[in-house]
Design a protein around this ligand. Sequence first.
Ligand SMILES: Nc1ncnc2c1ncn2[C@@H]1O[C@H](COP(=O)(O)OP(=O)(O)OP(=O)(O)O)[C@@H](O)[C@H]1O
Length: 258
Amino acid sequence: MSDQPLLSVNDVSKFYGSRVGCRDVSFDLYPGEVLAVVGESGSGKTTLLNCISTRLEPTNGSVTYRMRDETTRDLYQMSEAERRFLMRTDWGFVHQNPADGLRMAVSAGANVGERLMAVGDRHYGNIRETAIDWLGRVEINEDRVDDQPRAFSGGMRQRLQIARNLVTGPRLIFMDEPTGGLDVSVQARLLDLIRGLVSDLGLAAIVVTHDLAVARLLSHRMIVMKDGHVIESGLTDRVLDDPHQPYTQLLVSSILQV
Ligand SMILES: Nc1ncnc2c1ncn2[C@@H]1O[C@H](COP(=O)(O)OP(=O)(O)OP(=O)(O)O)[C@@H](O)[C@H]1O
């Protein structure tokens, strides 16, 4: 891992009128590092993820990102066009519901291939070959390349969404409850796949989850949120094995009792 952060979140707050979405959140994310954001429903995880990924402008604070040319830029000082370019080339966003991240009425191959076209690839043969290669990497058989995702199971759709996000070689990927809503056995397989890909590609990732098992399996570090605040952060194994805050202790023990 590099000694320079890839992303720095500095005192980010988001208020919805008088309601707190998230408040005074700060952390650094290093290249190749996976950070889990955990907390119960309403604790501010999605708000924070959206503020960091430029989908929702924070009320206060800043988010800086180290570009490929090593310059550090404030995401909210960039033009809309620059932000869109960054999202297309350097970032991926995996939604909990694959339908939010896929085009359901075009083929699996086109779902992956159009991302390559968006970054300038024009050779149809190469695009199709790369798309098929990526379908294989997410364990979707080549003979499904012309099928639409609406004909896929939930797990397959999620794997397709991952292929669509990773095909352009991003450096940072955001994941919002990537295994939420799937059967437990499907979740386990998907988590293994995500873990393998993230580590093989050396990706940095921010994973929002209410599931501590997902955090344990995928992340190096985690932050625990409550009422919009970060109440505890640290290496994932440390936080889960030796939680310092009473709220984190409660979260961990409630999972262990299940
Ligand atoms: N668009 C909005 N308008 C007003 N309040 C909002 C809006 N979005 C979120 N909130 C509030 O902000 C707080 C944090 O919500 P957020 O969705 O970020 O939490 P979360 O931890 O992601 O929850 P969940 O796991 O249920 O998605 C909650 O009190 C929520 O009601």
